[in-house]
Design a protein around this ligand. Sequence first.
Ligand SMILES: Nc1ncnc2c1ncn2[C@@H]1O[C@H](COP(=O)(O)OP(=O)(O)OP(=O)(O)O)[C@@H](O)[C@H]1O
Ligand SMILES: [Mg+2]
Length: 509
Amino acid sequence: MATDIDSELGWLRALVEQIRDHAIFMIGPDGRNRTWNEGVHRVLGYTQAEFLGQHASELFTPEDRAAGVPERELAFAAEHGSASDERWLVRKDKTRFWASGMTTRIDDARGDLMGFAKIFRDLTVERQFQDALRGSEERYRLATRAAHEAIWDRDLNTSTIQWSDNFEQLFGYPPDEVGLEVVWWEERIHPEDRVRVTEGLRMAVETGEPRWEADYRFRHRSGRSAMVEDRAYIMRSTDGTPLRMLGAMAEVTERRRTEDALRHAQRLEALGRLAGGVAHELNNMLTTIMGNTEYLDKNLPSGDERRQFTRSVLYAAERSAKLTRQLLAFARRQMTQPVQLDMNSLVRELEPILQPLLGDTIALNLRLAPQLGPVMVDRTQVEQIVVNLLLNARDAMPEGGRVTIESQPARFDNSTQGDHPAPIEPGDYVLLTVSDTGIGMDASTLERAFEPFFTTKPVGQGTGLGLAAVYGAVKQQGGYVWAYSEPGHGTVIKVYLRQGQPASSSLLP
Ligand SMILES: Nc1ncnc2c1ncn2[C@@H]1O[C@H](COP(=O)(O)OP(=O)(O)OP(=O)(O)O)[C@@H](O)[C@H]1O
Ligand SMILES: [Mg+2]
């Protein structure tokens, strides 16, 4: 029996002595080290000879020693049975390390204090690792906060999503409103895009794609629809099982709007070149037709019945000429003579011919700004702009209504751009607004309204060149024109014309 206990003690002793990554030793009631193990050497650097008999408080930092920490720790362990702590300790070579340790009171068979067992471990590496982790997490958080993309991490097993901190800043949802479940995100996708997006994602995951991406509309907390680009990587285990998706979702509403505006402008540009060429040729031919017909007409004896033929040719030629004028305006190929003009006086001068165009059921309001800079424009072109806009307003109000022509100065620089569909060149402008209380336009009409030959009017009533001509004339002047409308809520056309002084040459006598 005794041999058994002896050998058991021998085993235990061997075990303790051989443990290398924990310093394990006994301290006597006097606070001096009584035993040593391999761990003491590895963690603290002391040989057995150096360590035995040394005061255990040597392991504490001078600050802790001065503050009485070693004594307090022993007193605590003596009273409560044990004390555990994490703190800086000092090795033999005076370097410090972060230690996690425990001090346990050991009693003899009679229950009297025999000493303390101390066991501790060097946590420096773990601590450095944790610090580094905390640091990189912090950097990651800061980086995502500055980014224009919300970063998300989706667990494909639990169907939950974690969003980066900037999600609130980008899409308005405070953290406590963000649901962790995938459905929370799905519910905020525009209903028309939802199936396409969720099915596309499911397919990408199932077919083993490494990536997934989709463009869709996502509901901002304010209720508005944000156009987003969402891109993600799909992470799989070595056997291909999908585990997680790591994605970035960015709002691109602004960019899309600018791109759309650009595409729109480019389309009109291309149409303009085509229309311009045709109109130019037509115009030349019309000049010949009209010249010769007028000659014939003049030379027919009065009362000649053939005159009705020359007259009808002239009438048709006249209408064609008007059409080519609109086309040339759209193509920016009108001959222009810009002069310095005050828009207010021009509108007032036009008023007597505008009211009859509108008829009795439509009221004309003028709201002219008292202070307005001069614009350099071709008078005929501005008249063409105003008349075309007024005719459209009239046609939109068969039951009557009100047209308002408003003028006001506008200044843009790089920082103040207003909420236009496209950026505006910095400078001073005169804004001419023509608004009506008519039927308005739906989105698809609005989209194409400035295209030549686009009309919603019955055959014979509209050629679809009015707004095209306005567009060309405004562009030729270096200005901008935009239409705002909703079905049933009238239409607002905003024309920005560049303010300007006459070129220096025209100042000469
Ligand atoms: N003020 C407005 N209210 C409602 N719809 C408008 C208005 N202005 C233009 N539109 C829409 O835009 C289309 C194109 O207008 P545009 O002036 O270019 O051609 P049109 O008026 O149809 O024909 P045209 O001016 O050549 O006689 C119109 O057919 C109409 O559908
Ligand atoms: Mg028109």
